[in-house]
Unconditional design. Structure first.
Length: 343
């Protein structure tokens, strides 16, 4: 009996040595990735972007890279996602820059009015700015940025009052997505109300807020088409997003694996993410109109009136960046150039 026991141990060790010599994986995965984000599990950013990227890595690495997705703040709230990637609580995290106020001040250039005309357009601009300006890169240098992108532009949606001019915004309680959006709304005379997207439906329905500054995709993904009656389209702001990887985890990959990771992320993934938001933005608008909502689009003549009302916001942004030692005016001018170049 003892002799058989030793023979069994010998066979196990022989298998292990043989497997190692042939490069056979003895575990499920050489690299298992924990991917975290705050969006619902049904959101196309998970189903069409993160899952597609993860599946591609798994297939191309012959299953040496595997992953699990944790949506809906399962591992931490939206504002902690970036730090989770930095500390390694998550290997990859995706969230909104504005949920970490003051930390990513330079990408907030996209939150200024009238820059992005679509999510794809905004995603191209933010990716180009990131690669052109070391100061923007430095604000992300405690992680490995995989891709930056934007949602579709934020519009003003209201329940009881139609907005056609800046005058119409005065006194309204409007949900705001970020500190810079607060400044935009205050410049228009509104009362900004900060709240998570998940609270907007009930707040609008109960009259806690009069309206919201949101991308139209939220009308679809959060069913807000059911509680709004008016949409004013003016591209008043755009929300920048990040998808970043933990540095230590990244450094565990081989050179060829790193190349594979970057080939499937970067500008390509940014554009695909933008397309997701643009598609859902169209769905949201259609649903709202089918539900009786009236849509008003700010035209080229009226945009001057909005520009005049919001001019101080642009100047304040530039001044604040310059005071912090950043090339605010240079980034602003380049963003204006890219707005035209990348249409």
């Amino acid at each position: 009996m003892l002799r058989n026991h030793y023979l069994l141990i010998g066979f196990v060790w022989l298998f292990i040595l043989s497997a190692c010599s042939q490069g056979i994986a003895l575990t499920e995965s050489d690299h298992h990735l924990v991917i975290s984000h705050f969006l619902p599990g049904s959101h196309p950013i998970q189903t069409d972007i993160l899952k597609e990227i993860g599946d591609e890595w798994t297939e191309e690495s012959n299953h040496s890279i595997t992953y699990d997705l944790y949506p809906s703040n399962a591992l931490g709230n939206a504002g902690s996602q970036y730090d989770m990637a930095v500390t390694g609580e998550a290997d990859i995290a995706l969230s909104v820059h504005g949920y970490s106020p003051g930390r990513f001040s330079l990408v907030s250039i996209l939150e200024l009015p009238f820059f992005a005309e679509s999510a794809v357009h905004g995603s191209k601009i933010i990716e180009h700015l990131f690669h052109e300006f070391p100061s923007i890169q430095k604000q992300h240098d405690d992680s490995v940025p995989l891709f930056l992108f934007t949602a579709d532009p934020a519009q003003l949606v209201t329940k009881t009052k139609r907005i056609k001019s800046p005058e119409d915004v005065k006194g309204l309680r409007i949900r705001s997505p970020s500190p810079l959006a607060n400044e935009i709304l205050e410049a228009l005379g509104a009362v900004p109300v900060s709240m998570p997207m998940g609270d907007v439906y009930e707040s609008m329905e109960r009259g806690v807020i009069d309206g919201a500054m949101i991308p139209l995709e939220a009308l679809y993904n959060y069913n807000l088409h059911e509680v709004i009656n008016y949409i004013t389209i003016g591209n008043f702001s755009t929300t920048p997003f990040f998808a970043v990887m933990n540095k230590h985890k990244y450094n565990q990959f081989s050179k060829s694996e790193k190349s594979m990771i970057h080939e499937s992320t970067g500008l390509e993934a940014a554009i695909k993410s933008g397309e997701v938001f643009d598609q859902d933005g169209r769905k949201g608008r259609n649903l709202a109109e089918e539900n009786g909502a009236k849509v008003y689009e700010v035209d080229k003549i009226q945009i001057g009136e909005w520009n005049a009302a919001l001019k101080p916001v642009f100047e304040t942004w530039i001044e604040e960046m310059e005071k912090e030692g950043y090339p605010g005016r240079e980034i602003y001018r380049r963003a204006l150039e890219l707005k035209e170049e990348l249409r």
